[in-house]
Design a protein. Sequence first.
Length: 310
Amino acid sequence: MEFFRIKHDIPFMRYALIFNVISVITFLIAVASLVGKGLNYGVDFTGGTVMEVSYAQAPDLNKIRDEIGKLGFTDAAVQSFGTSRDVLVRLPVKQGLSSAQLSEQVMTELRKDGASVEMRRVEFVGPQVGKELIENGALALLFVSLGIVAYLALRFEWKFGVAAIIANLHDVVIILGFFSVFQWEFSLTVLAAVLAILGYSVNESVVVFDRIRENFRKMRKASVTTVIDNAITRTMSRTIITHGCTQLMVTSMLFFGGETLHYFALALTIGILFGIYSSVLVASPIVMWLRVSREDLVKPEKKADVGAAI
C-alpha cells in the first residue's frame, strides 16, 4: 500500500558520511552522560517501600500525589492497581525511617480530609532486588541483540546482521542517553519500552534489506549505492504509514496515559524516531561500507550441461 510514489530515487548514500558523523557525535554525548551522570533509577531498581491502599470510591490520583508530595516524596509513583478504587504507591528509601514509619506518615496524610482509606499491604523492596533487575535487564538486551544478529545473518548475510545490530544498539544508547541527560526516571516500564524498540527497529531494517536483496536481482547492472538508494526510496511510503500510525497510538499514551505510562510512551517516541533514522542512515551505509555485493545475496545460476547426446 502506497499513499504516494517518488519518481526519482533520493541519493541517501551520497550524504551517508555526514549523517553518520552526526550519529557518532550524538552517540558519544549519550555515552558520556551515562558514564558521568548515570540513570535516574526508579524504586523498582533502587529499592523502597511499596504500599497498596484501597478507597471507598475511585480516588483522584493527582490529589494523592500532591498529598504525598507534602511529605517530601516528590518522586513517588502513584498508579491505579487492580480496580479503580485500589492504588499502588511506590516510595523511595528515606534515611532514618523504616517502611512501617513511612506508611504511617502517608496514611495519616491521606486521611487528613476524612477520606476513607484502608491499608492493604506494605512491602519493602531492597536494593539487592534492584541489582538483580539491572543484571537481568542487561542480559535481556544481550540475548535480544544476539538473536537479531543470528536471524539477519541466516535470512540475508552476516553483513546485514552486523549493520542492523549496530543501528539498533545506537537506538538503545540514544534512548538511555536522553533519560540520563534529562534525569528522567528509569523504571521497569521504560526498560520494557527499550526492549520493544529493539524488535520494532529491526523490523524496519528487515524491510529495507529485503528490498535491497530484491533490487540486486532486478537491477543487475546498477551500482550498490543506486540499489540501496532505490530500496530506501521505494519503502518510504510504507515507512511513513507504519511509523505514523504507531506514533499516533504512542502519542495518545504520552498525553492521556497519565504518569504511569508517560515515560514508557516517551521512550517509545524517541525509539521510533531514531529507529527510522538508524534503519535508513546508519544500517544502510554500514552495509554499503562492508562492501555488500550481488553475489552475497543472489546465488549464481547453474548452467545446464551441454554435452548430452542427441
